[in-house]
Design a protein around this ligand. Structure first.
Ligand SMILES: [Zn+2]
Length: 362
């Protein structure tokens, strides 16, 4: 009786044991199969929890049955369980690295840049505007003579544009330089000349001073082939002790030689400008007819391109310079006019037109 009971118990124990061994072996096989079929890292992560999760992983649940086994059986079943766990972990790790490498390769492939691919052809290459070409050319010439190249605001105060250069509010010269004003700011103007930078330069750099100021200017003009509301000037200013008319003539001659060739003649004719005393209009022999007279020089043989003069003492004083000690000269070349002469442009309005058929010729 007892023997029978013991045998039944024995059989039950054996049943638990063999069933456990079976289940472990099955678990290992199915786990390895599932791992092998996994397609993504996220899927693999879910599978890892399903198999080895601490609370309800399949292996964890299976091992709970160990307590029903004899010590000896526990030992061998436990050993098998460890082997199964080790095999699953190993397969998981291998699959994980395989998937990651694949994903890494995929992302690398997506981001791949073929450095050997020939560049796309440049269909159109930009270039400088003729104004800029002449401006840069003159900047090179003047810096070679020790001049600074300065800039100034295009939206200028009434003071720097007019009053500071000896054009007080009641002065008739203001009528000839009507410009654009800003609504609500009666004291602001679009500068009518680059001379607006003269006093700014004296105040900022003091004396001695040698500078040019190329830049855009504005006038409220009825436009025609010779007049435009927007144009370019190139201001020049030299102040030091004992500066004379001869220095100015020398600089103008150097510019004339540079632009139109050595041998170009320069003559200085008297002309009034409020900010110089005395003032001159510098004229050059026509580069086209060499003085014989033609359409470009209106048959005079001369081109008026270099207005200038000795800086008026009032202007020096506004800049904080003592006219008893220092003297200087200033000139304001019509940069736009020089561009037109150099390239034979018959209508000033082409320059600001933005018409590519015009611009592409330079
Ligand atoms: Zn001529």
């Amino acid at each position: 009786m007892f023997g029978t009971f013991a045998a039944v118990v024995e059989i039950n124990y054996k049943f638990f044991y063999f069933s456990m061994i079976d289940k472990l072996v099955q678990l290992k096989e199915s786990a390895l199969r599932e791992i092998g079929a996994t397609k993504s890292a996220g899927e693999l992560e879910q599978l890892e929890i399903k198999l080895l999760g601490r609370k309800s992983g399949e292996l964890t649940l299976l091992l709970k049955g160990l307590k029903n086994l004899s010590d000896e059986e526990k030992k061998s079943a436990g050993q098998l369980a460890n082997e199964v766990k080790g095999a699953i972990e190993k397969a998981l790790a291998a699959k994980k690295s395989e998937l990651m490498t694949g994903e890494w390769k995929n992302s690398l492939e997506k981001e791949r840049v073929d450095v050997t691919q020939p560049a796309l052809p440049v269909e159109e290459r930009g270039h400088f505007h003729p104004n800029t070409l002449v401006q840069k050319d003159l900047e090179d010439l003047f810096t070679s003579m020790g001049f600074m190249v300065l800039d100034g605001p295009e939206l200028e105060s009434d003071y720097y544009n007019f009053t500071a250069v000896n054009i007080p509010p009641e002065h008739p010269a203001r009528d000839m330089q009507d410009t654009f004003y800003i609504k609500g700011h009666s004291d602001w103007v679009l500068r009518t000349h680059t001379s607006s930078v003269q006093v700014r330069a004296m105040q900022k750099y003091g004396v001695p001073l040698r500078a040019i100021v190329p830049g855009k200017c504005y006038r409220n003009e009825a436009t025609d082939p010779r007049h435009e509301h927007t144009f370019y000037q190139l201001e020049g200013i030299v102040i030091d002790k004992n500066i004379s008319f001869a220095h100015m003539k020398g600089v103008m001659q150097a510019v004339a030689d540079h632009l139109f060739g050595v041998g170009t003649e320069l003559r200085l004719m008297p002309k009034f400008y409020p900010f110089v005393e005395p003032g001159v209009r510098g004229e050059l022999t026509c580069f086209l007819c060499h003085g014989k007279g033609c359409r470009v020089c209106k048959n005079t043989g001369w081109l008026e391109v270099m207005p200038g003069g000795m800086i008026h003492p009032n202007v020096l004083r506004e800049g904080g310079v003592d006219p008893k000690i220092y003297s200087g000269f200033a000139f304001g070349f019509g940069l736009t006019r020089l561009v037109m002469l150099k390239y034979g442009i018959e209508d000033v309005r082409h320059l600001e037109s933005g018409d590519l058929r015009f611009i592409k010729q330079f």
